[in-house]
Design a protein around this ligand. Structure first.
Ligand code: UTP
Length: 305
């Protein structure tokens, strides 16, 4: 019988250079989506999948992540006295989880971040949820991977079709065939290929279900040209001794690790937020009208020249 998945690793120790200068002091995983830090959504996804024990890999300048998940009795008491029940609920959502922290001494890549948490995981299968990728679907993506693992007992990672021009930003799979709808047998996992070399448009996104054998492989995995130990490289090696499947995610993915995508995510979530939806909607309409008028004026200007 396959072992049950009860633990997750959330790597959040990266430098977040795409968000500098903001990330000098505030981790990108703490950037808000309206009023909630991105990493809170990730932890809630793990909780919805039934995971109780979570280890967050942190590094320099990441103390605010620890503070965010720490209980705050004074604040709770204050909100209780004022009967601010909704606010109270919002800060207690993950109080029932066991959240631990470990430091990655240098940000030597995702593979190294996972390896840092090996003693916490021990000899069990586990989930990995990247700290800056928010996923949305009826069934949480981590649960989808856990369900697949229950059936196959094999490591499985989430992939999503991306536009071909963007493929070199991702790890990519070379699928041989679909074992069942949405579940691929994989020949090779390739890290950030050039678009002309990419074996498919199925990109590895931020969720993994891994067997513990990955740790001994990570121990032997050499850093790439940029000095990073790539998880994709280790997974490709694992696939040579154990099957590793790819599960196609059909839900929505919000990558908050780059500026434009983070802003778009805020607009989408803002348009659903009960407190600000109406105001934001009318602002966007007004802005749209202003931008159209600006474009028309620019076009007329160009024609007259
Ligand atoms: P990214 O590559 O998106 O994060 O890693 P980054 O390196 O911080 O970002 P840029 O490219 O400099 O802007 C995905 C996740 O893995 C974590 C990051 O914190 C992020 O949540 N990570 C990355 C680590 O924990 N350790 C690392 O060494 C690298």
């Amino acid at each position: 019988m396959t072992k049950k998945v009860t633990k997750a690793i959330i790597p959040a120790a990266g430098l977040g250079t795409r968000f500098l200068p903001e990330t000098k002091a505030l981790p990108k995983e703490m950037l808000p989506i309206v009023d909630t830090p991105t990493i809170q959504f990730i932890v809630e996804e793990a909780k919805q999948a039934g995971i109780k024990d979570i280890i967050i890999v942190i590094g320099k300048g990441k103390r605010s992540i620890e503070d965010h998940f720490d209980s705050n009795p004074e604040l709770e008491m204050n909100l209780e006295e004022k009967h601010k029940d909704k606010m109270l609920e919002s800060i207690r959502k993950t109080n029932d989880l066991n959240i631990y922290f470990i430091r990655q001494s240098h940000p030597r890549g995702l593979g190294d971040a996972i390896y840092t948490a090996r003693s916490f995981i021990g000899n069990e299968p586990f989930a990995v949820l990247l700290g800056d990728d928010v996923m949305e679907d009826k069934v949480p993506l981590t649960k989808q991977l856990m369900d697949s693992f229950e059936e196959t007992g094999a490591s499985t990672l989430a992939v999503k079709r991306v536009p071909h021009k963007d493929i070199s930003k991702y790890g990519v799979i070379d699928p041989t065939h679909e074992v069942k709808p949405g579940l691929f047998n994989v020949k090779q996992f390739v890290e950030k290929p050039k678009p002309e070399d990419a074996p498919s448009d199925l990109a590895i996104i931020g969720r993994y279900l891994l067997t513990p054998e990955i740790f001994s492989i990570l121990e032997e995995t050499q850093p790439d040209a940029g000095g990073e130990i790539q998880l994709t490289t280790a997974i490709d090696t694992l696939n040579k001794t154990q099957r590793v499947f790819a599960h196609e995610f059909k839900g929505k993915r919000y990558d908050t690790g780059n500026k434009l995508s983070w802003l778009k995510t805020n607009v989408i979530f803002g348009l659903r937020h009960p407190e600000i939806a109406t105001g934001l909607r009318s602002y966007i309409k007004q802005l749209g009208a202003e931008l159209s008028a600006e474009d028309e004026a620019n076009d007329a200007d160009k024609k007259s020249k």
